[in-house]
Structures are given as C-alpha cells and as structure tokens.
Design a protein around this ligand. Structure first.
Ligand SMILES: Cc1ncc(COP(=O)(O)O)c(C=O)c1O
Length: 434
C-alpha cells in the first residue's frame, strides 16, 4: 500500500515538474484573479482522499487554527463561501443568546459601493441595508456614518474594497459610541492591516472568501473570524443545520474513541432528556459546510501566503508607477495607517481623460487582459434590487462616478513580471492615440 501511495505522489510531482506554462502575449489570458497551486496541494488532496474521511475532520480543524493564526483572531469557522460567512455572522447576531441581539428591520449602515454578497447578507437576515457613499479609497466614507444613524441603526458593515483597509479606528469609535455591532467584509482583504492590526479582527466578526480569485483558495470557501466564543457556537450551529453541539472543535474528530461528555449528559431536562445532542437543534440553520479535501488544499495554500502577498504588492506597485504617469488613470487613496493587500488593481479614469471606460476596457480585453467593473456598481440600479427596500443616505457621488468610470485589473500571484510589462505596454499603446 505504502509503495502504491509513493508511486502516486511521485507521479504527481513528475506531472508538475514537466508541465511548464509559457506566456504568449496576446494569446495567454491575463486574468483578474486565479488560482496558483502545484503538486503540494494536489498531493494534499489525494492524501486526504486516500485517508477516506471526506467530511469536516482533523484537516479542517487544522486549517481553521492556521487561519486564526494568520488573521490574528482567537478562532475561525470555515464555511462554504464568503457570502455564507457574512450571512452567518449577521444571523448569529440575531440570536436571543446574544445580549441586545438584532431584530427584524434593524438598520445596518454599509457602503453603496459594494458587492451584492455584502448587501445580501443583511437582506437575507431580514435586516435593512442603509447605503452611504464611499470615499476615494473606495471604502465606506467614515465621515458620513454618523449622519446616517437613526433610532433603528444597530450595525455597520464596512467592506475593505479590493484589499484596501477601511478607516477602522474611526468606524470602531462610532460603533462603540452608538452601541452598534460591526461585521467586517474582509473577504478581499485579509490579512491586510490597519494600524498594525489585521482587518477582520476589529469588529464583532470578520470574514474571508476562498474563491479562486482570492489571496488563497480552496476553489470555493469562506470563513468567519471572531474572538467571542458565543459567536463561534452560533455561527457553527447555523452552519450545521442549527445543531446544538457546544464544542468549537469536536474532539471526536481527533480521537474516535473519545467519549463526549456533552453528547447525552448535558442536554438538560424535558422532552429531549437523554437525546443525542448531535441531533438536537437550537437554531433554524443551513448546511454551509466544506469538505476535508478543501482543507487539505488550503493547508498547502496557507504556507504560500507570504509569497503570494509579495507578488501582489510587486505587481500593484509596478502598475501604479507606470500607469499613473499618463494622467488618464487614478489609483485609490490609502489611509495613512492602512497596509493593503491588493485583491486586484482598482483604476478610475480621470475626468480629463479623452476616452470612455468602454473604449479602454474593450481594447484591453482584445489584448486578452481581463477587466471587471467595481462589483455591483450602484446596487439600487441592479434589476434584482428594483423591488427591494434599500435605504439610501445622501447623493453617492463617488459610487456613481466609479460605476461609470472605474474597473479593476489583476495583480494576483499568477501574473509574472513579463505579463505585467505586457499589460503596461498595452495601456501605453492605447494612450498613444490621445
Ligand atoms: C467584497 C466581497 N465580499 C463578499 C464576497 C463573496 O465571497 P464568495 O464569492 O466566496 O461568496 C466577495 C466575492 O468575491 C467579495 O469580493
């Protein structure tokens, strides 16, 4: 058996050693984001499959702990997407077990410059999004938050746009002063820092997405970051159908002979006395779990995070240095205390530029350079939200301008220096016409 396993693993090594990808300008697609992995991840997944345990298990526990270490939260809960992470975080805050918990119709202030998943996490919990404008960091404008607070306001949802940290000291001061919950959409940004502290750890809970375009990937996946163990219990319960199991990490995963004292004894008196707590439900939950194969993949990705961050930084800085010169393109502002980790490169066409975004984007796409608009643009204009009650506070000039004049470009770890030079040359070829 060991010999066969060795052969399989050696075969995977050989495959990756012999499969070199060559960049062909104008032919190879330069993606806005993508997965970068090699034999290590594939061997990890194969080993987990051969081990025979497919559902959440010891590798998932290990990955959750590694992630907590990376982001600096006490614990994390692995879920199947960033969207689920945000939805579960607000869901947990609606539990009567949370002091001064949220109730239907409570208002949550968030940026109008947003991803649908961010706003949906509020709506799916019967809460009410209140949209205010972003500033030129493309994050929620902290100076507008207090003006949007009403008697119904109970929370703030700052989204660290494309990896650029929000002004978290000011946001947390406002939240404390007004007794507001804070859930951070750090899906694009973890483990970027603000004032030396990792984003996703300022508020009550933070979030991660592990979709392929993100810093590290599990193909699909997400996580909730938290320090308060009550949040962990609630998020995990909601994730797991609403199960009552109280432990954050199930010891039975690590030791199948372990006899759990909470399983039959701790269930209390009443109709369910002596029932198995693994099938007792204290919340109306979902199934938003991941597989052990994803954790196996993620454990190898975690080791590569420092290298991935360096490449993103190198590409972003190169683009900034080369593209800003034209005067046609504006890069995002960054708060003094912020240390971004760029998900992608947000670009805004200046008012004086003699061309429209569509012309530039079409040119870049013809060169096989992928672009994307700023997520939802102005979400109130999206067909799905025409009949949804979204409260808008103010005129939203930044969101409106970026909706028509901004886009983003890849800087992820799959973009080599050769590719980045090709991207800059392509921009210059376009600019030459003006
Ligand atoms: C800012 C932001 N929030 C939430 C999400 C949702 O994450 P997922 O795709 O894992 O559901 C994304 C997706 O990329 C995102 O960019």
């Amino acid at each position: 058996m060991d010999e066969i396993t060795k052969k399989i693993m050696n075969g995977i090594d050989e495959y990756y050693q012999s499969s070199e990808k060559k960049f062909i300008p104008g032919v190879t697609r330069i993606q806005f984001g993508g997965s970068v992995f090699d034999a290590a991840e594939v061997k990890g997944v194969v080993a987990s499959l051969l081990d025979g345990w497919l559902a959440r298990g010891k590798l998932t526990d290990q990955f959750e702990r590694g992630l907590a270490e990376l982001v600096g939260s006490k614990e994390t809960a692995l879920v199947n997407s960033g969207s689920s992470a945000l939805m579960l975080a607000w869901g947990a805050l609606k539990s009567p077990k949370v002091p001064y918990h949220l109730k239907d119709g409570d208002e949550i202030i968030t940026s109008a410059l947003t991803h649908v998943a961010t706003v949906n996490s509020i709506l799916h919990n019967n809460l009410k999004p209140v949209l205010i404008d972003a500033d030129w960091t493309y994050d929620i404008n902290p100076d507008l938050i207090e003006g949007a607070i009403t008697k119904k306001t109970r929370g703030i949802l700052p989204m660290h746009f494309l990896g650029n940290p929000c002004k978290m000291d000011k946001i947390m001061d406002i939240a404390k002063k007004n007794n507001l919950f804070v859930v951070e959409d750090s899906c694009d940004a973890f483990p970027a820092k603000y004032d030396g502290k990792k984003v996703g750890t300022f508020g009550d809970m933070g979030s991660a997405s592990f979709y392929v375009a993100h810093l590290l990937t599990l193909a699909e996946g997400g996580a909730v970051f938290y320090d308060n163990p009550l949040y962990g219990t609630l998020v995990k319960s909601l994730r797991d159908w609403g199960r009552s199991c109280p432990c954050t990490i199930c010891k039975m995963h690590e030791d199948p002979t372990y006899k759990c004292p909470s399983r039959f004894e701790n269930i209390g008196k009443g109709e369910l006395e002596n029932y198995d707590s693994r099938y007792m439900f204290t919340n109306v939950g979902y199934n938003l779990r991941t597989t052990e194969m994803q954790a196996a993949f993620g454990l190898e990705q975690l080791k590569k995070v420092p290298e991935f961050i360096k490449i993103r930084e190198r590409n972003f800085n190169f683009y900034k240095k080369e593209l800003e010169k034209s005067g046609f393109i504006k890069f995002p502002e960054v708060y003094k205390k912020a240390e971004p980790i760029w998900f992608a490169v947000p670009l805004t066409i200046t008012e004086s530029a003699p061309f429209k975004r569509k012309e530039l984007v079409e040119f870049l796409e013809s060169k096989r350079i992928e672009t994307r608009p700023f997520f939802a643009g102005l979400i109130t204009q999206q067909p799905a939200y025409k009949n949804v009650e979204l409260k808008v506070h103010g005129d939203l000039p930044v969101t409106k301008y970026t909706k028509d004049n901004s886009f983003f470009l890849g800087c992820y770890q799959g973009i080599t220096e050769e590719m980045a030079s090709y991207v800059v040359d392509s921009f210059n070829e376009f600019f030459k016409k003006y």
